[in-house]
Ligand binder design. Structure first.
Ligand SMILES: *[C@@H]1O[C@H](CO)[C@@H](O)[C@H](O)[C@H]1NC(C)=O
Ligand SMILES: *[C@@H]1O[C@H](CO)[C@@H](O)[C@H](O)[C@H]1NC(C)=O
Ligand SMILES: *[C@@H]1O[C@H](CO)[C@@H](O)[C@H](O)[C@H]1NC(C)=O
Length: 210
């Protein structure tokens, strides 16, 4: 390739690959649709410090559900100031025996255990299972896109916080993904080897049809 063309291509590529933001922040404006780069920005003139503060992670979540756990998310749609800044947080409460069911997202997650004892783990893309008992003060990383979970194995409620390196991590929980929609039972059987009865049980729990 001609050297001039290579230099021209480099000039085109460099600004994209080392993009530096031209704004300090971009608090999400939900009046416009979200795109690959996030939401449009609200007019900075209309913002106050309160737009940069999110309260509520100090309160235990409601764990009265099938997994006896709750995840309270501070992500772009709940905390619009995160838009475009590449990070988010959540509070996890796991009742005794509670579980954050196996799920994945587009980005990595780091957990810190504040109270209780949990088993946390992830599955590598070669199907290796990495799991370990975590106690107060332990942190663990769940690499981007890999299936992972947390289970309270202690005799008291567990509390943990997580941080994720996107404002919009894109959570996908495996059992919900399979059973909370109208994907036909016979197809789910074929793609999972589950029995029809097991699929119907999951559809009943998660509100799926077909
Ligand atoms: C900002 O506030 C002004 C009034 O001070 C209002 O007219 C305008 O619509 C607001 N803009 C946005 C983007 O909220
Ligand atoms: C917790 O969630 C359950 C199930 O959705 C609901 O019935 C209950 O009222 C909630 N409790 C509180 C304190 O909000
Ligand atoms: C989970 O909570 C339900 C009530 O929502 C309760 O009946 C059940 O025993 C709990 N399971 C565990 C493992 O604690």
């Amino acid at each position: 390739m001609d050297a001039h063309i290579i230099i021209f291509l480099l000039v085109l590529l460099v600004p994209l690959s080392s993009a530096t933001s031209v704004v300090d922040f971009c608090v999400a404006d939900f009046n416009f649709p979200v795109g690959p780069a996030g939401y449009s920005c609200r007019n900075p003139a209309n913002l106050t410090v309160d737009d940069f503060v999110f309260s509520g992670l100090g309160v235990p979540g409601n764990t009265s559900n099938i997994f006896n756990s709750s995840a309270f998310l501070a992500i772009d749609v709940t905390f619009p100031a995160l838009n475009g800044l590449g990070l988010s947080m959540a509070r996890l409460d796991l009742d005794v025996g509670g579980t954050i069911p196996v799920h994945s997202h587009r980005v990595s997650e780091v957990i810190i255990v504040i109270e209780g004892t949990i088993i946390a783990g992830f599955i590598g893309s070669d199907n290796t299972a990495y799991y370990k008992t975590l106690n107060r003060g332990d942190i663990m990383i769940f690499p981007q896109t890999l299936l992972h979970f947390q289970v309270n194995i202690g005799d008291s409620p567990a509390l943990a916080f997580v941080a994720l390196n996107s404002a919009s991590p894109g959570f996908q929980t495996t059992t919900f993904a399979l059973a909370a929609n109208d994907l036909p039972t016979d197809i789910i059987q074929k793609i999972t080897l589950l029995d029809a009865g097991q699929v119907r049980k999951l559809k009943t729990i998660f509100g799926g049809t077909n």
